[in-house]
Design a protein around this ligand. Structure first.
Ligand SMILES: CC(C)(COP(=O)(O)OP(=O)(O)OC[C@H]1O[C@@H](n2cnc3c(N)ncnc32)[C@H](O)[C@@H]1OP(=O)(O)O)[C@@H](O)C(=O)NCCC(=O)NCCS
Length: 224
């Protein structure tokens, strides 16, 4: 079993949280125009520092993340704690911020607020032909689409590719079936993957992915 901890938070923006940001994070915070984007960002980094401080014994203010992009070297890649076997992933959407933590395996998480997106257009970019057929037969297509999306984005965040890799290369189980990768083609594909749906509460879809062959033991504290 691979233990995987899931922690949820509600976005807030308070001075003690802001005080923990490093210079680069503070620049990024300053560049967000909307207060809600600032709150989601600062809450995510605060949650990551809090959880990693508990797990490592380091002081939260001593924790510094690297964000190098393996493709271009820019500072917009997956955040990591250097020199540690602990892997984490962050996601935020609407009133939800979530972190997934595991040791010794890459993790990815995604939460999506269900919105009135044009899912027919997006489905062409996100879903395989078989998934589009399954979606068309669903009573709640918004929920189904966001479930598919969060599973696939969690996987691509575990590998660190993010949306730079095509979601249509990934074939996942139907939204009402247990989360599973059925097949994965393309350059980002990894053979050993575990997927799990999380419980973000009504109006949201969320999933976690771990690059491992071991079954997952997920401990999730639901959102407040
Ligand atoms: C990662 C990505 C999918 C996030 O999408 P999103 O739906 O807007 O946002 P989410 O809230 O789910 O996730 C954002 C968090 O993912 C993390 N993240 C950023 N880049 C990541 C990556 N490449 N892989 C995994 N996680 C990443 C960060 O923690 C980020 O939050 P923070 O910066 O506020 O801490 C998207 O930004 C992306 O595709 N980035 C990569 C693009 C890329 O590499 N292009 C090629 C450049 S050379």
């Amino acid at each position: 079993m691979l233990e995987c901890a899931v922690r949820w938070a509600v976005p807030v923006d308070e001075p003690p949280m802001h005080a923990l940001l490093d210079d680069r994070e503070r620049d990024r915070y300053d560049r967000f125009l909307r207060p809600e984007d600032k709150a989601r960002f600062v809450t995510g980094r605060f949650l990551a520092r809090t959880v990693l401080a508990e797990a490592t014994g380091l002081a939260p203010e001593a924790i510094r993340f690297t964000t190098g992009c393996p493709h271009c070297g820019g500072e917009h890649g997956k955040p990591r704690l250097p020199g540690s076997e602990l892997n984490f992933s962050l996601s935020h959407s609407g009133d939800r911020v979530v972190l997934v933590l595991a040791e010794g395996a890459e993790v990815g998480v995604d939460v999506e607020r269900e919105s009135d997106r044009d899912i027919d257009r997006l489905a062409e970019m996100v879903l395989t032909a078989r998934e589009r057929e399954a979606l068309a037969a669903m009573a709640d297509r918004q929920r189904g689409f966001h479930a598919y999306w969060s599973r696939k984005e969690a996987l691509l965040k575990a590998t660190g590719h993010g949306l730079a890799a095509p979601m249509t290369d990934i074939h996942v189980s139907a939204p009402d079936a247990p989360a599973e990768v059925l097949a994965w083609d393309g350059e980002a594909a990894v053979p050993d993957v575990r997927l799990a749906d999380l419980t973000p509460g009504p109006g949201y879809a969320a999933s976690a992915a771990v690059l491992t062959a071991r079954p997952l033991k997920i401990t999730e504290i639901p959102p407040p």
